[in-house]
Design a protein around this ligand. Structure first.
Ligand SMILES: [Zn+2]
Ligand SMILES: [Zn+2]
Length: 130
């Protein structure tokens, strides 16, 4: 029987089994269990009292916390966007990025990236005395 079949069977036999419990039993990662459950369209969250799930990946957590891991916390609050200057990605708080988009602002690593970009695209304006 494959891991996938084991997981489906466990869920069938005990609809309230926690994904973390399945992961322990099969000695595989919680993320893998969550992924397979999602692919099989099986609930990763179960409706039992005091049941908590990570708001990012849906894996159950033991305590009333929102995230199963620092990685999921990071995924929720931060995103990586391309510096308009074209020299790589910037780590940015998601809400800050959304505000920038609303205001139509471009994203740069820092002022030096911004000036480099402006010199490249609008040399005449940059060369003019302020
Ligand atoms: Zn998670
Ligand atoms: Zn940059």
């Amino acid at each position: 029987m494959t891991t996938r079949e084991y997981i489906k069977q466990m869920r069938r036999e005990d609809p309230n089994i926690r994904a973390t419990h399945i992961a322990d039993l099969l000695q595989i990662s919680k993320a893998r269990v969550g992924k397979i459950l999602a692919e099989e369209k099986l609930p990763t969250r179960i409706s039992i009292p005091n049941y908590y799930a990570c708001i990012v990946c849906g894996i159950d957590v033991e305590r009333p916390i929102n995230f199963c891991s620092p990685e999921c916390r990071e995924k929720h609050f931060y995103i990586y966007v391309n510096c308009v200057n074209g020299d790589g990605k910037i780590k940015m708080r998601r809400n800050m990025y959304e505000r920038k988009i609303q205001k139509g602002e471009m994203s740069f690593h820092n002022h030096s990236c911004m000036f480099k970009y402006l010199w490249k695209t609008k040399p005449s304006e940059m060369g003019r005395a302020a």
